[in-house]
Design a protein around this ligand. Structure first.
Ligand SMILES: Nc1ncnc2c1ncn2[C@@H]1O[C@H](COP(=O)(O)OP(=O)(O)OP(=O)(O)O)[C@@H](O)[C@H]1O
Ligand SMILES: Nc1ncnc2c1ncn2[C@@H]1O[C@H](COP(=O)(O)OP(=O)(O)OP(=O)(O)O)[C@@H](O)[C@H]1O
Ligand SMILES: [Mg+2]
Ligand SMILES: [Mg+2]
Lengths: 463, 463
């Protein structure tokens, strides 16, 4: 007898938490901290606030490996009425937009709650004050796993006497801090490499467990704007959803209003190309004509290229400062490539090459990978960046191994094609791979110039 | 202004299809075929039916890269009233049980429908007849993505005149058959390696595109039974759900009825250990007492070890036949290890070592990885099997590279810890890693014995 069942999204991720990175108590505490820190960075830097983030870890019950994790930021806070869903409903997010953020899935904060609840049955405590709010909201929440809904265990408000804004979260979970400590410190150091305008305090449970990462600049990249989808990124479902909003809208207006890279002239040219009248109500587009319309949108080569206003690359100077501070090399070369796109999604690749100084010589380059400023630490074996760097013939750039060489690659996009919900590796996309190759070669050429000049100086000194 | 949204599971996976393996048209047609073939194998072999599976691929519209994929099996079919949810509701499955299956997520068939619908806007056609059914059901279905519900486009029944049973599925999607063809053929060959009792016909769109993989044995492993969770695998949420079913049940009975490895004597010993009365109604277990109960269940060492009746390993003989047929080596050694467990989930590792014959000599062993009889083809770089095989010093086993050596590793479990929803790699679990190491060493020792004997024979011949 075969018995069929449906699961709520919360139940699915409770049972399959490995696919979101919570595979064991060591990795779980690492993933908890990174999901919360990434939310804090999205809530500060995207809004031109210099991030100040505190991370306090304490032993809650050492006999059971229980740790309490506290993360506090000075970000834009969460509106009081949104706090329950933000932490209690899987697939709930403010980042389902065409805009560069670290977050993408609407899952991270919920995985933290699911994992903590499954291991310690304790609620998450959230305190938050939006900008200019007179009130500080405090909730204790759990998830009703069968319904995928928040359960409010307690709720109170305080007068916001000192004009605080931000979010503070406390959660108790089963986690192996001693085993995870190294990775978490490394994660924060790498985060600082690409966000040198952020300050972090990490305070662990033991006396000597404190790390202070100061801000080394107040320069921040311009935050991204919110965009519209590009015609090359559409699929049938998206078009259907857009048509639903106003089926009477004329085709011409539909194209101009809803898509990036489409002005009136271009829209008219496209409508000629597909042989449809500009004033036809878009709701009349159905079945095979609709599919054809979508296919032709992706095929048409007359659209303007996807804009990069929805992106916020680190920038060559800020990236150099971050790499200099963390790796302390003899010299750093950086490049921010021109915007490119894959399937209508704009992306930018940035690379840094650090040489000498405090960098340990190795048999191959040390690699630091980032996607939307998030350090990717696990799963390097499969990642396209490792593949590209290993395929380069470094002797062409005057590098003989062992050599003190580190490569930093950052890909930012409105849609990072993550290979899994744990955000550790990027799926194979040919356009991205080729841009990474170009970026690494560009900084490698700068290194070759530097090495050549140093060799010439050496020769002159010898005479 | 920050705008919050909720997504249905269908919408989430439509937008993030890369985390389920549908990252581009080449990989999408591969993933489509594997999801359907894995469902067909689960519907046959689990019920002692010798699998016969047909896979027909045709060009539906070459100008748009549209292919039609047809998969038919002779399995137990799908009950007529369940067909809509099976294909139209994400997180719907008959495999959310304690039992070894290829399926685990309740997502595969839905991803096929989502991808096809997003690229061609055409419904999936499903025809199915359960065992001994007088009726054949036929549906045309799509998914209402916003609601995560099936949309029945058409529905009919036929008289089942010839007593057919099984399922036939036809779907039209954007897919790059020429690029995917090699990988799909390799996938089928590897599937046959661990299921030599199954027959496959793969017929592509071009004249010469036909592969017939015949059955080479009618011996099948015993199918798994359905089990109960083991106490070491529980978390708080699971216990809460079990308590809900009958809060008045006495603790002793609750333990004996709901868990594997728990008889009355053991249950009494455990209740002494946690100092709780055997007749206490389980619903009285709340808050910290409940969490303590769960923690102690995982800590207690008196449970019987997890049973392997819920598993269905390939078996040393069947595995040898499959490897011999596909790789045509000079010699094969196989081992099926004793059952082991991780976090209360039983698992068995099986390994085969194939040497010489038609195997190409290489600089390191060729690896074939399987999880619950599913070939893992992508993402080898990160997989624990590659790591274990590379760490072995093969000279200890009289192997000098280049050498014609292939290693097959199969892990079967009631819960395979997949690293992502695309089922290509396994997350790191220490117990599994150590069992893989033991299995590979065991077959390596058999190879060393063989090589030593051959050397001695050579010496005798020389004299
Ligand atoms: N510290 C914070 N400050 C302000 N808003 C926050 C904070 N943490 C979470 N949020 C809000 O809650 C939402 C849900 O967070 P969650 O981490 O679950 O998903 P996400 O960040 O959108 O995506 P991802 O799953 O990829 O992390 C965010 O989109 C954001 O709007
Ligand atoms: N060919 C088939 N024959 C019989 N039953 C099938 C067939 N295909 C699918 N099913 C049923 O539909 C359910 C859903 O299939 P689906 O592939 O979506 O999920 P799953 O196989 O349970 O898990 P996974 O997502 O890991 O593949 C299965 O559990 C099974 O009960
Ligand atoms: Mg997040
Ligand atoms: Mg399946």
């Amino acid at each position: 007898i075969v018995k069929f069942e449906a699961l709520s999204p919360a139940e699915f991720f409770r049972r399959n938490r490995e696919i979101a990175g919570f595979s064991n108590p060591t990795r779980a505490i690492y993933q908890t901290i990174r999901e919360l820190v990434e939310n804090s960075l999205d809530a500060t830097e995207t809004f031109k606030i210099l991030p100040s983030i505190k991370i306090y870890i304490d032993y809650a019950d050492q006999s059971r490996n229980w740790v309490s994790v506290y993360v506090e930021d000075n970000g834009i806070g969460i509106p009081g009425d949104e706090i329950p869903n933000v932490f209690g409903r899987v697939f709930y997010s403010s980042k389902y937009r065409i805009k560069q953020h670290r977050g993408i899935f609407g899952l991270g904060a919920k995985m933290v709650v699911l994992y903590a609840q499954s291991t310690t049955n304790t609620p998450i405590t959230v305190r938050s004050a939006p900008l200019k709010s007179d009130i500080i909201y405090e909730y204790q929440l759990m998830i009703d796993i069968t319904k995928n809904e928040p359960v409010i265990v307690s709720q109170k408000t305080f007068e916001n006497r000192y004009g605080w804004h931000g979010t503070a979260i406390k959660v108790v979970l089963e986690g192996d801090w001693p085993k995870a400590k190294r990775r978490i410190e490394e994660y924060l150091r790498r985060t600082a490499m690409v966000a040198p305008y952020a300050e972090f305090v990490l305070r662990g449970p033991d006396e000597d467990d404190a790390i202070k990462i100061p801000r080394v600049t107040t320069k921040m990249p311009d935050p991204p704007e919110e965009g519209l989808p590009h015609p090359k990124s559409v699929d049938v479902e998206l078009i259907k959803q857009l048509i639903q909003r106003d089926p009477n809208m004329p085709l011409l207006e539909f194209l101009v209003e809803n898509f990036d890279g489409v002005g009136e002239t271009i829209a008219k040219t496209f409508l000629d190309f597909v042989k449809l009248p500009p004033d036809m109500p878009v709701g009349k587009l159905v079945n095979d004509e609709l599919v054809n319309f979508v296919t032709k949108m992706r095929e048409f080569n007359g659209w303007r290229r996807p804009r990069a206003d929805w992106l916020s690359p680190i920038g060559e100077d800020i990236l150099a400062e971050g790499v200099r501070f963390v790796l302390r090399p003899e010299v750093v070369f950086t490049v921010t490539r021109k915007p490119s796109s894959y399937m209508g999604n704009p992306f930018i690749v940035e690379a840094a090459l650090a040489w000498g100084g405090a960098i340990e010589p190795g048999d191959k380059p040390i690699i630091y990978r980032f996607a939307n400023k998030v350090p990717l630490i696990y799963d390097e074996g499969n990642d396209v960046v490792r593949k590209v760097v290993d395929e380069i013939d470094w002797t062409q750039y005057k590098v003989k191994f062992p050599a003190p060489l580190a490569i930093v690659v950052h890909i930012c996009s409105t849609k990072i094609p993550y290979a899994s919900a744990g955000k550790e590796a990027i799926a194979e996309v040919p356009e991205i791979e080729s841009e990474i190759r170009n970026a690494v070669r560009e900084v490698a050429r700068k290194l070759r110039l530097y090495i050549t000049r140093k060799e010439k100086e050496q020769e002159l000194l010898m005479k």
